[in-house]
Design a protein around this ligand. Structure first.
Ligand SMILES: *Cc1c(COP(=O)(O)O)cnc(C)c1O
Length: 242
């Protein structure tokens, strides 16, 4: 199946999920997660009408973005280290995965030098998984004022990854909690936050029902990713005879 066919199918599923909760499908933005995909695949997605792409590693994105001409927009959705902040400011339109004041200060420094305002989402580790990055919910609320005070960063909302499960219903409490945290954050900041980035290929319909405005879709658009260094295939286990 090609990207255009998968995209048609996804748009239908997005519309159906919106209909269930009385939302306008235009209130849900589809971000195509292109990590692990070569520029040719990204270009075919662009031809199918996609304009917003997400990458989880700065180095990989830096190599690919220049090879994908056109009016494409790029979000960083993976963990950012301070030594990559300069490139992140240069290559990305928005950072979805901000998770520390230290990184925020580094982004502020480079955004100021570039004389631009960088939109960010704060990543929240709602379920407290050791394997994931992001603020613990309580830490998020205390971190907000200091990040909000940085003049070249603009907080646009919150992002989370639900724990992996074959059952999307398991993600619902996580999405609900993120939405509640958005409300608490808005009260602290005294301003509305437009974005809730939640939902991936396996759980985006549940996320839409719970208020997602940005869904991050990889495999449902592109099929299984080519094997990446971060996601090694398990070695076949030798039998009893070796
Ligand atoms: C890989 C990734 C996705 C997309 O995952 P799929 O299951 O392939 O849709 C979404 N968000 C983040 C942060 C990712 O790293």
């Amino acid at each position: 199946m090609d990207v255009a066919t998968r995209l048609d199918n996804l748009r239908e599923r997005i519309a159906t999920a919106c209909q269930r909760v009385g939302r306008d499908p235009a209130s849900v933005t589809l971000l195509a997660v292109s990590k692990g995909q070569p520029p040719a695949v990204i270009q075919s997605a662009a031809r199918a009408g996609l304009t917003l792409f997400g990458e989880n590693r700065v180095q990989e994105a830096k190599a690919k973005i220049g090879q994908c001409p056109g009016r494409l927009h790029w979000h960083l959705i993976g963990h950012l280290q301070t030594n990559k902040a300069r490139d992140a400011v240069h290559f990305f339109d928005l950072i979805q995965s901000l998770d520390s004041l230290h990184v925020a200060q580094e982004l502020e420094k480079w955004a100021a030098r570039a004389a631009k305002t960088l939109p960010v989402l704060l990543e929240v580790n709602v379920a407290g998984e050791a394997s994931k990055h992001g603020y613990a919910p309580a830490d998020l609320l205390t971190a907000l004022p200091a990040i909000n005070a940085l003049p070249h960063l603009a907080i646009h909302g919150l992002m989370t990854l639900a724990p992996w499960s074959p059952d999307p219903e398991r993600a619902r409490p996580v999405f609900r909690r993120l939405r509640a945290l958005k409300g608490e954050s808005e009260a602290i900041l005294g301003a509305p936050l437009p974005h809730l980035s939640m939902g991936m290929s396996g759980d985006f319909e549940t996320a839409i029902e719970e208020g997602a405005t940005l869904i991050r879709i990889g495999t449902a658009l592109f099929g299984e990713r080519p094997t990446a260094p971060r996601e090694p295939r398990p070695e076949p286990t030798p039998g009893p005879d070796g």
